[in-house]
Structure formats: structure tokens, C-alpha cells
Design a protein around this ligand. Structure first.
Ligand code: UDP
Length: 247
């Protein structure tokens, strides 16, 4: 790896962020730790970070190709992603195409119900307050973003959703929902950060309807990393699969 890991500047539930020699760039390190239910359920699954970094890199490339600015620069090696340094906005933007998870627990939607238009939900990213759902007035009053920025985030999220659906469906994967996070780059552009992986998305096999994401862990099922490997195998080009040793 030509870029050196510098000082650890942030540690989250599944990733760490390190400085590099370039003040505008960081290395995002994907760990094998996995949590659910606000950290109530925890484990360490060997190679989970390996696959998540590879899947995220591929999907960042897909959304970049659709004209969305992302933090992604390069996968230095599996686990370590060279990224633009962002000043993160404390929002969890959830895009929903099919009803699942907390939405069907909290509202009278039917599991598996397809939405005509994607639903955009914004939660306040705060462990202390347990990530409550926001509306625009609350987000603006908290100083999280302006009305214009919230509108921009919404539009970019819809663009990301379209690009991901088109790509993943061409690879045999349905995308019921996903969570993304944004930050500002050094020029104050709103840029996609964080990750796009089976930890943060729901992926269903279009043919078998098998779950290929963190819901397996949430439900205490086995084969979590095997499912993540399957996603990598379904979405990568042969050349990348050979490079990273994926069947
Ligand atoms: N999600 C996430 N982090 C969170 C909450 C949700 O990445 O802290 C993702 C989750 O993996 C799913 C989508 O956002 O793809 C919607 O999650 P939901 O609100 O249904 O919550 P959950 O089922 O995880 O309780």
C-alpha cells in the first residue's frame, strides 16, 4: 500500500478513519465488527470488512458514473479505502423502494409492499438520542442543514437510488432500501460518504428471494459473510474477482 495510515481520527461501530500525508484525504478502514439494534447485538465476523470495502468501492464507482460526487478515491487493498476527507452531516438518509424493517414495525405498511415513488426518510444520527426520525423543520432548527441543502440531499439521494437500482437489478439483486450519509468537501460541496454495503442496504436475490444483507445477522441466522461474498461475486467484473480472490 503506497499511502501510509496516519493518525486515527474517528472510530465508529464498523469503520475507522485515519489521516494520510495529504490533509484532504483519509483512509477509511472497514472492520469485521458488526452490530445491530443500536449496538445491543455485537459480533466480529472474519472477512466482513474485506467484502464490505470491495462492495462499497464498486457501488461508489457506479454512483460516480451517474454523476454523483462521492468520497471514494481508490481501494488501496481490501479493507482500506482512500477517500476525500469530509465534514460529515449528522443525518442518516434512508431511501425505501419496498417496505421492510422498522417501517413495517412502526407504520401500517405491509412487508414487501412496493412504493410507486421512493420514500426518503431522514434520521438524526445520534447514539445519545437513538437516531430519531426528523422532519425538515426540526433538521433546520437543529442547524443540521438549510432547507436548500435538505432539498439537494433529497435530489442526490433519488439520483443515487436510480443508479443503484439499475445496476443491482442488472446483476440480479433487488434493493428494498438503503441508508446513506453525506458530508461537505473542502469546497463545501455535498458529497456522498460512509459506505454502500450489505451492512447498510437490504439486498434480495431476485431469483431466489434470499436475503443477502445484515438482516441475516439481525435475525441471528448463519452465513452472514457467505451472503456478503455472494453479493461481491454477483456485482464484480471477472477481472476484479480475480484480483481480490472472489469465486
Ligand atoms: N440502516 C443502517 N443504519 C441504521 C439504520 C438503518 O444502515 O442505523 C439501514 C438498514 O440496513 C436498512 C435501511 O437502513 O437497509 C432501513 O433500515 P430500517 O429503518 O428498516 O431499520 P432496521 O430494520 O435496521 O431496524
Amino acid at each position: 500500500m503506497s499511502v501510509k495510515l496516519g493518525k486515527l481520527i474517528y472510530t465508529g461501530k464498523a469503520k475507522d478513519v485515519y489521516e494520510t500525508d495529504n490533509p484532504q484525504q483519509v483512509i477509511v478502514k472497514f472492520r469485521d465488527d458488526i452490530t445491530a439494534g443500536d449496538g445491543a447485538k455485537k459480533d466480529n465476523l472474519q472477512l466482513k470488512g474485506y467484502y464490505n470495502s470491495i462492495i462499497s468501492s464498486k457501488l461508489f464507482e457506479v454512483v460516480e458514473a451517474a454523476g454523483v460526487k462521492t468520497q471514494y478515491i481508490e481501494l488501496l487493498e481490501p479493507g482500506n479505502m482512500l477517500s476525500h476527507k469530509l465534514d460529515m452531516i449528522p443525518l442518516e438518509v434512508i431511501v425505501r423502494n419496498i417496505a421492510a424493517g422498522s417501517l413495517v414495525r412502526r407504520f401500517p405498511f405491509e412487508e414487501g409492499q412496493t412504493f410507486e415513488q421512493p420514500l426518503i426518510q431522514m434520521d438524526y444520527k445520534s447514539d445519545e438520542y437513538k437516531d430519531p426520525m426528523l422532519n425538515d423543520d426540526i433538521a433546520i432548527a437543529l442547524g443540521i442543514a438549510t432547507a436548500e441543502e435538505l432539498q439537494e440531499i433529497r435530489e442526490i439521494s433519488i439520483q443515487i437510488n436510480r443508479a443503484l437500482i439499475d445496476f443491482l437489478e442488472s446483476k440480479g439483486i433487488m434493493l428494498p432500501d438503503f441508508k446513506i450519509e453525506f458530508g461537505y468537501d473542502s469546497e463545501k460541496n455535498i458529497v456522498l460518504g460512509d459506505e454502500i454495503s450489505p451492512d447498510t442496504c437490504r439486498y434480495w436475490d431476485m431469483e431466489t428471494k434470499d436475503v443477502l444483507d445484515k438482516d441475516l445477522f439481525r435475525k441471528g441466522e448463519s452465513g452472514v459473510v457467505d451472503a456478503y461474498q455472494k453479493v461481491a461475486s454477483m456485482i464484480l467484473e471477472e477481472e476484479d474477482k480475480e484480483k481480490w480472490g472472489i469465486d
